[in-house]
Ligand binder design. Structure first.
Ligand code: APR
Length: 241
């Protein structure tokens, strides 16, 4: 499957993964832009922007709470688990656009959540922030300070957390292999990470059943699903030990 680049993989010092909704698709979590994508059914401008939230915090909360319940009830799949297992063989960093926490649940210990986390909430005014695994019944939930709480996610038009983004660029600039898994690369600035890696002569591998805008720039573009492809990656390293 990895053919000629197996040698480079074996000699890699640090593998950076850039993951998107596709890696959680085989855990039963819908993607955004595929055939069954969320943005085909819902208008992101009504659910995933700060203006939409202040226009109708109850609607936005109900939508996120529904997604949060699905994610809390779902499990990581062999794709997430393979990335976690790779840590036994080489340095691995995961830069994920996903908010489902599946990489951490699968055992990955070096995960940067570029778009936040659906498990975490924060106050719209004070500096309260916490992980919440229980269900909300009343929407929008209120902070102890009396203001409304929001999901700790990055909405369209919002900046990524500055510390997370600058660390992500540092990793993209200092890896010898970048594996881009389950993302359409439609959203910036996450979609610039492979460009940083390429500028530093990293080997680029894409795992996606569909082509993306950067497929032609990849050293290897595997048109298969992540739960099928990524365990093979682990077997390459396993053979080494
Ligand atoms: N294995 C690998 N890739 C898959 C699989 C799978 N089983 N199923 C679908 N894919 C691919 C699709 O072909 C598509 O290219 O995953 C990609 C998912 O793309 P999007 O739905 O656009 O998701 P993503 O790239 O993560 O979106 C980026 O957009 O809406 C915002 O904040 C949201 O983080 C999200 C960002």
């Amino acid at each position: 499957m990895f053919g000629a680049i197996e040698e480079k993989l074996k000699n890699s010092e640090k593998i950076v993964f850039v993951t998107g909704a596709g890696i959680s698709q085989e855990s039963g979590i819908p993607t955004f832009r595929g055939k069954e994508g969320l943005w085909r059914k819902y208008d992101p401008m009504k659910l995933a922007t700060i203006d939409a939230f202040y226009d109708d915090p109850k609607l936005v909360w109900e939508w996120y709470e529904d997604r949060r319940r699905n994610m809390l009830a779902a499990e990581p799949n062999p794709g997430h688990k393979a990335i976690a297992e790779l840590e036994e063989y080489t340095k691995v960093v995961v830069l994920t656009q996903n908010i489902d926490g599946f990489h951490q649940k699968a055992g990955s210990t070096n995960v940067l959540e570029l778009h936040g986390s659906i498990i975490r909430i924060k106050c719209t005014v004070c500096d309260f922030k916490d992980e919440i695994h229980s269900r909300f019944e009343k929407f929008p939930p209120r902070c102890k300070c009396g203001e409304i709480l929001r999901p700790d996610v990055v909405w369209f038009g919002e900046a990524l957390p500055q510390d997370v983004w600058s660390e992500a660029i540092t990793h993209a600039n200092s890896c010898d292999v970048m594996i881009i898994v389950g993302t359409s690369l439609a959203v910036s600035p996450a979609n610039t990470l492979p460009i940083y890696a390429k500028q530093n002569n990293a080997l680029l591998i894409e795992v996606n059943p569909e082509s993306t805008i950067m497929s032609a720039d990849m050293d290897l573009s595997l048109k298969i699903t992540s739960a099928n492809a990524l365990p093979h990656l682990v077997s390459i390293f396993k053979r080494l030990t």
